[in-house]
Design a protein around this ligand. Structure first.
Ligand SMILES: NC(=O)c1ccc[n+]([C@@H]2O[C@H](COP(=O)([O-])OP(=O)(O)OC[C@H]3O[C@@H](n4cnc5c(N)ncnc54)[C@H](O)[C@@H]3O)[C@@H](O)[C@H]2O)c1
Length: 252
């Protein structure tokens, strides 16, 4: 069995939150296994993480909406390293269509990736965590699961609200096994892809009108909270959803 903690991060090869979480957990000294739908940047990131941790941090191509493929990858990881200590469910997808015009395909794809994909990863990590009587899971939800945000669409909002409910029940069922399950609800977190899809003045307007902290959220802002939630310092924290929005969507 590997003598260092093993973490799986889904959708870690994108431009945003997943890669930042992978880098943070590697900096925390964990072997980070990155997965994503596309091979894309995974090879480079895996090499970078392996250098930081000083041991192999492999990558797997994985569509989280493929239940059997998730089982296969998680069993491979557990077989290779003997442990899955941390799981971060970061994979997400959305397409904005008003409900009155939304295709069943859009609805189903969003639920399949954002909600069922999160379920599948939890489902196939838990047997390994239960056997070890220890583990920590963090699900990346969204403020759209709490609040009405038409710019994200109904399928995405419903899926992310589902992730919050899934988090609470999975936490309740597995606390007795020493497993903690929490979720994070980010507000707008900047990445270059979003810069391409939002109007030019969106980010400045967003800051001027809304953010208490007078800056945009960065992927590292989410990664730092993940780092805390999976650490011993959060040993009595489970079944919670934490907002990360710079005060744009306060839930105090
Ligand atoms: N960026 C934001 O403003 C924001 C806000 C709230 C919540 N979130 C959530 O944070 C997470 C990360 O978002 P991000 O914006 O940082 O994007 P990101 O850069 O992490 O990219 C998303 C990744 O998801 C991957 N992906 C898509 N479909 C997949 C599938 N079927 N299986 C596996 N991977 C798949 C893509 O390949 C991509 O790498 C998502 O769950 C998103 O819903 C983001």
């Amino acid at each position: 069995m590997s003598d260092i903690k093993t973490a799986i991060v889904t959708a870690a090869a994108g431009a945003g939150i997943g890669a930042a979480i992978a880098r943070q957990l590697a900096a925390d000294g964990m072997r980070v296994i990155i997965t994503d739908l596309h091979e894309g940047r995974m090879v480079k990131l895996s090499e970078e993480l392996s250098r930081v941790v000083g041991t192999e941090c492999p990558w797997y191509r994985l569509d989280v909406s493929d239940h059997a493929a998730v089982e296969d990858v998680f069993n491979q990881v557990a077989g290779r390293y003997g442990r899955i200590d941390v799981l971060v469910n970061n994979a997400g997808w959305s397409k904005i269509e008003p409900v009155a015009e939304m295709s069943l395909e859009t609805w189903q794809k969003c639920i399949d990736i954002d909600l069922t994909g999160t379920f599948s990863c939890i489902r196939h990590a838990l047997p390994h965590m239960i056997a070890a009587n220890s583990g920590s899971i963090v699900n990346i939800s969204s403020i759209s699961g709490w609040e009405m945000t038409t710019e994200h669409g109904a399928a995405y909002s419903a899926a992310k609200a589902g992730v919050m409910a899934l988090t609470r029940v999975a936490a309740a069922e597995n606390g007795k096994h020493g497993i903690r399950v929490n979720a994070i609800a980010p507000g707008l977190i900047y990445n270059d892809f979003l810069r391409r899809i939002y109007p030019d003045d969106f980010f400045d307007g967003y800051l001027a009108k809304k953010a208490f902290l007078d800056r945009l959220g960065q992927p590292e802002d989410v990664a730092h909270l993940v780092s805390f939630l999976v650490s011993e310092k959060a040993g009595y924290v489970t079944g919670e959803v934490y907002g990360v929005s710079g005060g744009v969507h306060p839930h105090a």
